[in-house]
Write a protein that binds this ligand. Structure first.
Ligand code: ZN
Length: 332
């Protein structure tokens, strides 16, 4: 069954065609450069861009493929941006006379590692969704049944990396540039505080304290190129150390065999290395998406989730599909 999947939850207009876990096409039109001068995503600008681009992205994704069902992200995300994809998905399902299914964006990140993958993980498993918007550790009882074990109390990891990059004058979104700079620097060059040290048992991620400490090190300072490398390395090191420390603490309470990792920040090579190392120490197998295009926001992962729902005949009444800006995976 070929599914046309649509995701307009943030600043990427994404459309894909999938069949089960197989990715047939995966088109992402990113608006990041348009939002760059504002230093963050402007919702009204995102909405307008989605409206202008969506027909073109859909046409490219469909190509010659026959479509049997439509899937669309209902949330979480920016309400007015989500509305564009939902409106278009309903319109197409009606026009073609095919069923429609609503999908949770984070569930998409959780299952993104299953795209183009014949194998299935052992359940229960755990998942890590790490992006510019989310930092969550999730218990996966089975596909479609989730419980958040730990989440951030302030910034998401990707958001913190972007902000640190901005403080170093690396532009927005700067997480990927920060990663490059960090490779050239000494991660021990600057003393930064380890967030939630001694409070690991609370199972919370927090990046605001680290960000403030970083601001003090960088604000109004004349930084050499090597200083920038060292600062990038020091920030990234501590941000990742915190993520791993809390995750390891939480995961040691659960007897699981597999961990599914997804989200744009998981594309960071150093972070993946540390997640693999942590998982190995806990005796857990890691699952990562097969391609870089499945890490950041995309619609192929939405199609994969929809594929599992379709298999069980779990489609929605079109009138019940709506924007759910704060929808968590606890309630899918
Ligand atoms: Zn996302």
């Amino acid at each position: 069954m070929n599914i046309l999947a649509v995701d307009t939850s943030c600043d990427e207009t994404a459309v894909a065609v999938t069949d089960g876990t197989k990715v047939i096409t995966n088109v992402v039109w990113s608006q990041a450069s348009l939002h760059a001068k504002w230093g963050g995503v402007v919702p009204s600008l995102a909405q307008r861009q989605h409206e202008e681009r969506i027909d073109w992205v859909i046409k490219r994704a469909i190509g010659e493929n026959k479509i049997d069902a439509v899937a669309v992200t209902e949330g979480p995300g920016l309400a007015i941006a989500l509305g564009v994809g939902i409106g278009k998905a309903k319109e197409l399902a009606r026009k073609w006379g095919v069923p429609i299914v609503g999908v949770n964006h984070i569930e998409g990140h959780i299952l993104s590692a299953l795209a183009n993958n014949e194998k299935v993980p052992n359940f229960p498993a755990v998942a890590m969704a790490i992006s510019g918007k989310h930092t969550e550790l999730i218990y996966v009882e089975r596909i479609g049944r989730y419980k958040i074990l730990a989440r951030t109390t302030d910034d998401a990891l990707g958001e913190a990396l972007d902000k640190a990059a901005r403080m170093l004058g690396l532009g927005y979104p700067g997480g990927a540039v920060l990663e490059k700079m960090a490779k050239l620097g000494n991660p021990k060059a600057y003393p930064l505080p380890l967030p939630m040290a001694g409070r690991e048992d609370r199972g919370e991620f927090s990046y605001s304290g680290l960000k403030t400490a970083f601001w003090r090190l960088t604000n109004n300072k004349d930084l050499s190129r090597q200083d920038v490398y060292d600062l990038a390395a020091s920030f990234q090191d501590m941000a990742f150390k915190h993520l791993i420390r809390i995750s390891k603490n939480v995961l040691s309470d659960y007897q699981v065999k597999d961990i599914l990792v997804g989200g744009g920040v998981a594309a960071n090579v150093e972070l993946r290395k540390r997640i693999r190392k942590m998982a190995k120490e806990l005796g857990i197998k890691t699952w990562f998406p097969y391609s870089k295009k499945l890490y950041g926001d995309n619609a192929a992962m939405i199609g994969v989730v929809a594929g599992f729902k379709a298999k069980e005949g779990r489609f929605d009444e079109p009138e019940n599909i709506d924007r759910k800006p704060r929808w968590t995976v606890n309630d899918v």
